[in-house]
Design a binder for this molecule. Structure first.
Ligand code: ADP
Length: 373
């Protein structure tokens, strides 16, 4: 099957083309809607099409078997991927208030693709879907229930496609079915989230109603006392911007790129050192919390830009967790091996490269194969 995976953002369009799960083309069109850039998503998609055709990856969009779209927010309605039709588009529009920065661009990508290749089946794959297995006690906040009913305020969780993918990959490494395994997965990229996986299903995750909750991130604060934004609001601070764009590592030491933070910490910069401590202490807190929830942990999985590439962050994130059976083998960790736990450690520790687009392609294929049965 030939599946084109699209990740449409407000100003960029990422695309990857898979043939039977093998990547045969990929790229990104940037500066959509910006002065001097590409006019709109239609023009961006045409550029992608031309590039794929001139690379010889594709004759035309008509020869595609399917298109898989990354959609950030599926609310409570979408617990698995869904075939795009009028009803789905309407449902996505209703979900815009929950993801005002992301869903409109995702919808735009879908509508544009439908115009270009109206006969090609399209599938929406949701970042939130994997976490829809969370029980009520994990996803409800302790505020009056009427606010859940009135405004759908609850924990949704994000990065679900990545958590699902690395969880399945770790199960393969262990040679056991995901349904038999408990894991803690750590997606540490620009955004970051932890997930408690029980029997292959998400039972808790650190991002919440929005992707602001939980771990410390590049520019997002993660967990803070909820009274702080109210206090700052009264002082006239633009809290939305402060907590989403000026906090996290950037707020603590002026840099949101972990490579820079590590370099500065190594050179003795106190702000960078404390930023790194705060960042990794939060991860340890979540590992401990999820170990307590799960009771038994078979594997701990690091993924995304920081999780995959930084042995220092992995070490600091596991520091002092020997009592939980979590013991990193320093030399395996530094050597960049996939399994980095000590032989004696009860919990296997893995570094798994995430691949959200491949997972979207797989889920798209699976849905269409099921639909044909
Ligand atoms: P996104 O969440 O946007 O998909 P990524 O998963 O690609 O982002 O992660 C990007 C982050 O990964 C960068 O901000 C950078 O801090 C971090 N990163 C990449 N390479 C390294 C490295 N070698 N060491 C530490 N951090 C790294």
């Amino acid at each position: 099957m030939r599946v084109l995976v699209l990740n449409a953002g407000s100003s960029s369009l990422k695309y990857r083309l898979f043939d039977c799960e093998k990547e045969i083309g990929a790229g990104v069109v940037e500066r959509i809607g910006e002065p001097g850039g590409v006019k709109d998503h239609m023009e961006a998609l045409k550029i992608a099409q031309e590039r794929l055709e001139s690379d010889g990856a594709l004759d035309s969009f008509d020869s595609l078997d399917a298109v898989g779209h990354r959609v950030v927010h599926g609310g409570e309605r979408f617990t698995r991927p869904a075939l795009v039709d009028e009803g789905l588009i309407e449902a996505l529009e209703e979900l815009v208030p929950l993801a005002p920065l992301h869903n409109p661009a995702n919808i735009e990508g879908i509508l544009t693709m439908r115009k270009i290749a109206p006969k090609t089946p399209q599938v929406a794959v949701f970042d939130t879907a994997f976490h829809q297995s969370m029980p009520k006690e994990a996803c409800l906040y302790a505020i009056p229930l009427e606010f859940y009913e009135r405004y759908a305020i609850r924990r949704y969780g994000f990065h679900g496609t990545s958590h699902a993918y690395v969880c399945k990959e770790a199960a393969k490494l262990l040679g056991r079915p995901p349904a038999s395994l408990n894991m803690i997965t750590l997606h540490l990229g620009n955004g970051a989230s932890a997930c408690a996986v029980e029997g292959g299903r998400s039972v808790d995750t650190s991002m919440g109603f929005t992707p602001l909750e939980g771990l410390v991130m590049g520019t997002r604060c993660g967990d803070i006392d909820p009274q702080i934004p109210l206090f700052l609001n009264e002082k006239g601070v633009d809290v939305q911007e402060l907590l989403n764009r000026r906090s996290g590592l950037k707020g603590l030491c002026g840099h949101n790129d972990m490579r820079e933070v590590l370099k500065l910490a190594d050179e003795g910069c106190d702000d960078a050192k404390i930023a790194l401590e705060i960042y990794t202490r939060r991860i340890r807190k979540y590992i401990g919390a999820y170990a307590a929830l799960l009771g038994r942990v078979d594997a701990l999985v690091f993924t995304a830009g920081i999780g995959e590439n930084s042995p220092e962050v992995r070490e600091l994130s596991c520091r002092g967790l020997e009592g939980f059976g979590i013991e990193i083998d320093r030399s395996k960790n530094r050597a960049g091996e996939t399994e980095i736990s000590k032989e004696a450690g009860r919990v296997k520790i893995f570094v798994v490269k995430t691949d959200e687009e491949l997972e979207i392609a797989r889920q798209t294929e699976a849905l269409l194969s099921d639909a044909r049965l």
